[in-house]
Design a binder for this molecule. Structure first.
Ligand SMILES: Nc1ncnc2c1ncn2[C@@H]1O[C@H](COP(=O)(O)OP(=O)(O)OP(=O)(O)O)[C@@H](O)[C@H]1O
Ligand SMILES: Cc1ncc(C[n+]2csc(CCOP(=O)(O)O)c2C)c(N)n1
Ligand SMILES: [Mg+2]
Ligand SMILES: [Mg+2]
Ligand SMILES: [Mg+2]
Length: 331
């Protein structure tokens, strides 16, 4: 269909009135560039520097209703979050993010300011990590879908995988744990405060710099916490063929989080242990390593003893370890 078939072509208010190429123009006009970008949006593909001849590449999808709700989060928030979850995956490999690509599905009747504000959010979060949006695609569909691909540069360091943890290592974390889940619990019950938790749910703040820093400190394994600490440490434990024991007394449960837990009848430790979407970075390090203050040691790596491979205070965690899109609680 041609663009602007109805409505006012001079002040298009919906995506359909603006048309595909008008929307692309609106989106790309908001972007900035960085020294890593040799060629940005506008051609068949972008050209991004890859100084050490390896490219870190990752992709994650956000779907309306499943990952965000328009009555809980602004388009700008969704953009920040969509970029953050991908930038965090790059950082969790020990790499520095360089570029993002945005795959966007929107309904025709969506007001134009939704995708443009989304793009502002993606651009601003990319800026936090010194990366840039270099391209993407738009198409029409019933459910808003935001699919971002991120690229990163290892800067001559080895990638920190999920498979390098060794018995005797310590487990350490930096960033937030359980804040997004507490915010989600608040929003689900129809509240909008306490703000700090609701904001953490809307806009996670992954410690991007900590990923490459951990690689430099000799991290043996690393991941970001997207699904929940127990679930994500489970991936390290399985890939590394080890057991990981988390010591719950080393985990920070802020007073305000305990208050929310009390109000909604949830043990706040459950949010800290199994809440995803904060994108904290958790890594294993050789025991003798002196870690900067922002890393908190929360457990240790042990020889394998069968299942479960992640324990809390030496005991199995008999509830879900985190989010599973196809798990028993999902429909
Ligand atoms: N559809 C797919 N095709 C190919 N590889 C996939 C697909 N889905 C996941 N993977 C790969 O499986 C691995 C684990 O994926 P997963 O999405 O759980 O990790 P993540 O992105 O770190 O976590 P999250 O999605 O919770 O943020 C990644 O290496 C990912 O690239
Ligand atoms: C409306 C709404 N309902 C539920 C949630 C909670 N949630 C969705 S996906 C996910 C884990 C990470 O997903 P992925 O593995 O796809 O990155 C979590 C904790 C939300 N954010 N918004
Ligand atoms: Mg993923
Ligand atoms: Mg990840
Ligand atoms: Mg996941």
């Amino acid at each position: 269909m041609l663009s602007s078939p109805g409505g006012n072509p001079h002040h298009p208010s919906t995506v359909a009135e603006l048309g595909e190429f008008g929307l692309i123009r609106e989106l790309t006009s908001r972007l900035d560039t960085t020294p890593s970008v040799h060629l940005g949006p506008g051609d068949d593909a972008a050209v991004v520097a890859a100084p050490d001849r390896r490219v870190v590449a990752t992709t994650d999808i956000l779907l309306e209703g499943r990952h965000f709700r328009r009555d809980w989060s602004t388009a700008y928030d969704v953009g920040r979050k969509a970029a953050a979850q991908n930038l965090a995956d790059v950082a969790a490999m020990g790499a520095v993010p360089t570029a993002l690509l945005l795959g966007l599905v929107v309904p025709a009747e969506l007001p134009v300011n939704w995708p443009t504000e989304l793009m502002d959010g993606i651009r601003d979060e990319a800026r936090v990590a010194a990366a840039a949006v270099v391209g993407g695609d738009v198409t029409r569909g019933d459910v808003i879908t935001v699919a971002i691909t991120a690229l990163g540069d290892l800067r001559d360091k080895a990638a920190v995988t999920r498979s390098g943890a060794r018995a005797g290592d310590v487990v350490a974390v930096t960033g937030w744990l359980g804040w997004s889940a507490a915010g989600h619990a608040v929003l689900s019950r129809g509240f909008r405060s306490p703000r700090a938790f609701v904001e953490a749910h809307r806009r996670p703040e992954p410690p991007y710099h900590a990923g490459p820093a951990a690689a430099g400190l000799g991290a043996t394994a690393m991941t970001d916490v997207s699904d929940g600490l127990i679930a994500d440490l489970g991936h390290i434990a399985v890939a590394s063929r080890v057991r990981i024991d988390v010591r719950s007394r080393q985990l920070d449960v802020p007073l305000q989080m305990s208050d929310i837990g009390q109000a909604v009848g949830v043990d706040p430790l459950q949010w800290v242990l199994t809440g995803g979407e904060d994108h904290a970075i958790v890594a294993t390090f050789p025991r003798d390593r002196k870690l900067p203050a922002r890393w908190r040691v929360i457990g240790e790596v042990l020889p394998p003893t069968g299942t479960p491979q992640v324990t809390v205070d030496g005991a199995p965690w008999d509830r879900a370890g985190g989010w599973d899109h196809f798990g028993p609680d999902q429909d």
